[in-house]
Design a protein around this ligand. Structure first.
Ligand SMILES: *Cc1c(COP(=O)(O)O)cnc(C)c1O
Length: 426
């Protein structure tokens, strides 16, 4: 078990979380390396080794300090980046350029120049003028680029509106209207500097039902028909995106196979029927790799009991280290790490220390009697927490510790006040 209780104390991947809080200070992000690597192992077994010519491109935006980039490299996975900064991190970590794929709806010319210069694995084109900019850049540099086109399949997945990306009204992807998508495909096929690989979609995030992935896939296979009919061209690759849900509070995470197997069956059946070789298949999981592998440790401070209404329990972090509750009503649960076995006799609202009433981390958390100085551990904070952290109120961004079978190592130092002023001039 990654999370276990010994002598009333929460242990995470063999490490005493109360001692971690003392050693490194709070707030603190703690990641289980065993868990992170276990996810990649599950994908290796259930996807990469099960189906030939498949790849996993971990979505860096979920969590991507250098140490994570190195772990991705060690696990021999690909990475999906969405900015020059993530690309730079991947390169600095020593990830081979061909294992890097670049998504994003508004890549700058400079970012595209970086991508072409490094010779990264794939550029996933997500704009009507992006293809021509890539062509220009390639010609200038005397290079070529391997390209997929990201389309909006027009399916509506059941998740929060802010993380639904596959519906037609979206800033992501190229609309599937024939007069829009087919000329883009033709331009990519005809280009002398662009190597056109295929089609990409990403339907949304935190999904528990494979239905929207399957609907989107059917739409993409119809597009494959059209591309064959119009241009006598077979797709070399289909990218199915990410979006596989994780456990935060109530809903149980589904295995990767639950999403992957039905999609692979459908793809293989389709290509068998056509009598042509199946294209490569790529997935881009982010949250489902990082979320459950991470917890956040806080120290409890002030409490405010509003009789008949609620009890606020404040912690020394908040929306600056985890914006998700304020941004999209994300729900979390947790436990007092130094009272992990004590009866949960109180229902409280855990709030942060930022100057926003919306800075609530957990509504209605049942916990043991909280006291100033207790360590609160919040679970499943590993994805979109550290990467979305901010310096609002000039709060410091916490450090990151990796733990593995009882050993801990600091992989991101906690910010200091000096760090805050580093770029500021008088
Ligand atoms: C965000 C994103 C992902 C990862 O999504 P998760 O829900 O974290 O798995 C994958 N692909 C693209 C294009 C994305 O934008």
């Amino acid at each position: 078990m990654i999370r276990e209780i010994r002598d009333n104390i929460l242990y995470f991947d063999g490490c005493n979380t109360v001692e971690l809080a003392q050693k490194y200070g709070t707030p603190l992000y703690v990641y289980s390396e065993t868990d992170l690597r276990g996810r990649f192992a599950e994908l290796r077994q259930g996807f990469i080794e099960k189906y030939p010519r498949t790849r996993v491109a971990y979505a860096a935006k979920a969590f991507f300090p250098l140490a994570m980039a190195k772990l991705v490299k060690e696990e021999n996975m690909c990475v999906d980046v969405v900015s020059g900064g993530e690309l730079y991190t991947a390169i600095k970590a020593g990830l081979p350029a061909e294992q890097i794929e670049f998504n994003g709806n508004n890549k700058s010319r400079t970012e595209l120049e970086m991508a072409v210069e490094y010779g990264i694995g794939r550029i996933i084109v997500d704009g009507l003028d992006e293809l021509s900019i890539i062509e220009e850049v390639c010609k200038e540099k005397g290079k070529t680029a391997k390209v997929l086109l990201r389309v909006t399949p027009g399916v509506k997945s059941s998740s929060h509106d802010y993380i639904v990306t596959g519906k037609k009204d979206s800033k992501f992807g190229i609309p599937l209207d024939d007069e829009v998508i087919l000329p883009q495909v033709k331009a990519a096929i005809d280009s002398s500097v662009i190597d056109f690989y295929g089609i990409h979609f990403h339907v949304g995030s935190q999904l528990f039902d494979n239905d929207s992935h399957l609907q989107a896939l059917d739409i993409i296979l119809k597009l494959a028909d059209k591309i064959r009919e119009n241009f006598q061209y077979e797709l070399k690759e289909i990218n199915l995106g990410g979006g596989f849900g994780v456990t935060y509070v109530a809903e149980e995470r589904k295995s990767f196979s639950y999403f992957i197997d039905p999609m692979m069956e459908r793809i293989e059946a389709y290509y068998q029927e056509k009598g042509v070789e199946r294209p490569n298949v790529v997935i881009e999981p982010g949250r489902s790799i990082a979320a459950e592998a991470g917890i956040t440790l806080y120290t409890i401070g002030t409490q405010k009991d509003i009789k008949g209404i609620r009890k606020y329990v404040s912690v020394d972090g908040g929306m600056t280290d985890n914006i998700r509750p304020a941004l999209y009503q994300a729900e979390y649960t947790g436990v007092i790490a130094n009272k992990a076995d004590a009866p949960k006799e109180q229902v409280v609202t855990v709030c942060g220390k930022c100057c926003e009433s919306g800075d609530i981390l957990i509504d209605n958390l049942s916990i043991a009697l909280p006291e100033r100085g207790d360590v609160l551990a919040v679970f499943s904070t590993g994805a979109y927490g550290y990467t979305m952290a901010s310096n609002y109120n000039k709060n410091l961004i916490p450090g990151v510790v990796f733990v593995r079978e009882g050993k801990d190592r600091l992989v991101v130092k906690p910010q200091t006040f000096e760090d805050l002023l580093r770029n500021e001039m008088e």
